[in-house]
Design a protein around this ligand. Structure first.
Ligand code: GAP
Length: 465
């Protein structure tokens, strides 16, 4: 990555301040697996809430779903994943490290991707072998690239220990939506066009998990599938693209760091595909795919299951297989984009500070309450009262009375807390006209204002709504 230093700072902050921990760390870690810590899970949930609101509550023709992770083994044959969901892998003959050939080619500026055939990718690889060194031992001696299937297997329900028919973990979360499409039609009687939204886990045996949360082996996808009439795809596809881009802006992400990119080489299920990309420290990369899947999914499941998945128009009686427009976002990638975008180092009070300029509705802690001095019981008692009152309105309120007030502010800046509320002697009535007022400090400017508790409540609720 070009700005590896910035990425390293973000990874370090994420661990130090309880956002993201390496999975199974006390055992030396497990590649491509991460845990969200106490602050991370709050930020993650806030992103999910915002996505759910935008894709279910703010729409009048979208339904929520939470389908089971495990699916009948035939599902992944029908979907095309058993046969065609693979990345090109080559092994270093010297140290046996594995590389993803399309990614290594892309790094030296050669256009390549995982959708190319084995022969196509090997032809390119052979032309550029002397430019690609093993990331572990530095040698340039690799095997031929072979297609490596990314599906992760389980032995769920198999007591034979032969593993003859594995039950796969989901390679993409959206399959649950196709499997429940008929149930939704039967139970909710939706009229086409209608959509289904779901946040679900996906697992991929990634050859080289990389860049922190960007490419992991376990991750969450937030998907919407819009069921439409055949051939009526152009207009809604454009509308969906705009709608999704607007959502990223609503997270407070800088507009200039977002862009669309159309796929030249299409994945097996897509008729058209665009990515929304964010400019990470190493450059632009995909956070979400927007795919025109036509009737591929329902036709395949109809063929493999033998169940009629035609939609019958309630007014005309016309029968057809709906086409599908999909949006599929990686939750971890958006979490990472939000962190990268919010990370700033600036000068305040003559010192350099690290500050996460998170949008208030995403911040894990909305406000920190503290007494100016922790050794003055009357200040602590009043501050505890204010803390309890604010918590009734906004639950994500923190208490901090450790160290001096400047240090407390810096700690909150680093985790992106938009407001700090301080109780001082004026609150107790030392200056009579200020009795029962507190100071409200703003994270980004460091400015402070004197407000009543009612005014503070309003500021908080306005900022996070
Ligand atoms: N249902 C369509 C689908 O799965 P995809 O482009 O393979 O399409 C959609 O994945 C999104 O899932 C990507 O845009 C990305 O944000 C996220 N994603 C894919 N692989 C990932 C991985 N290994 N780690 C983290 N996120 C991943």
């Amino acid at each position: 990555m070009a700005d590896q230093n910035l990425m390293e700072k973000i990874v370090s902050l994420a661990k130090r301040r309880g956002f993201v921990f390496p999975g199974s760390e006390i055992y030396g870690g497990l590649a491509g697996i991460y845990d969200f810590g106490p602050r991370g899970v709050e930020l993650l949930n806030n992103i999910k809430k915002s996505w759910w609101k935008a894709n279910v509550y703010d729409k009048d023709n979208y339904y929520g779903l939470d389908s089971g992770m495990f699916k009948h083994p035939r599902v992944w044959e029908a979907s095309g994943h058993v046969g065609g969901f693979a990345d090109p892998l080559a092994e270093c003959r010297n140290c046996h490290a594995r590389i993803r050939v399309d990614k290594e080619l892309a790094k030296i500026g050669v256009a390549a991707d995982e959708k190319m055939s084995e022969d196509q990718i090997n032809a390119l690889f052979d032309q550029h072998r002397d430019e690609i060194a093993c990331p572990v031992c530095g040698k340039k001696d690799f095997t031929r690239a072979r297609a490596f299937n990314l599906l992760v297997k389980s032995n769920l329900g198999d007591f034979t220990s032969e593993g003859a028919e594995p039950v796969y973990l989901p390679g993409e979360a959206c399959q649950g939506i196709y499997l429940d499409y008929k149930n939704i039609v039967d139970s909710m009687s939706p009229k086409i066009p209608f959509g289904v939204a779901q946040i679900g886990k996906a697992f991929r045996n990634e050859i080289s998990p990389r860049n922190f949360l960007f490419r992991t082996r376990e991750f969450e996808q937030a998907d919407t599938q819009l069921f439409i009439r055949p051939n009526e795809n152009k207009e809604p596809y454009e509308a969906i693209k705009e709608d999704r881009m607007a959502w990223y802006r609503s997270l407070g992400i800088s507009e200039k760091k977002l862009r669309f990119k159309q796929h030249e080489n299409l994945v097996f299920y897509a008729k058209d595909a665009w990515d929304i990309e964010y400019e990470f420290p190493g450059g632009f990369d995909e956070v979400e795919g927007i795919h025109d899947r036509s009737d591929y999914d329902l036709s395949q499941h109809m063929k493999f299951s033998g169940v009629d998945l035609n939609y019958t128009d309630p007014e005309t009686g016309e029968k057809y297989i709906p086409w599908i427009l999909e949006t599929s976002m990686g939750m971890g990638r958006v979490f990472l984009a939000v962190l990268c975008d919010a990370y700033h180092e600036d000068e305040m009070g003559g010192e350099t500070r690290v500050v996460l300029k998170l949008a208030p509705h995403l911040a894990p802690v909305k406000a920190m309450v503290s007494p100016l001095l922790r050794n003055k019981p009357e200040l602590v008692e009043k501050a505890r009262e204010v803390f309890a009152e604010l918590k009734k309105v906004v639950p994500q309120i923190a208490w901090d009375d450790n160290g001096n007030i400047g240090k407390r502010y810096r700690r909150q800046d680093e985790i992106g807390t938009p407001f700090c509320v301080t109780i001082d002697f004026d609150t107790l009535g030392e200056t009579p006209e200020r009795k029962d007022t507190v100071t409200l400090r703003h994270r980004d400017s460091g400015e402070q204002e004197r407000l009543t508790l009612e005014e503070v409540k309003k500021r908080l609720t306005d900022a996070i709504s």
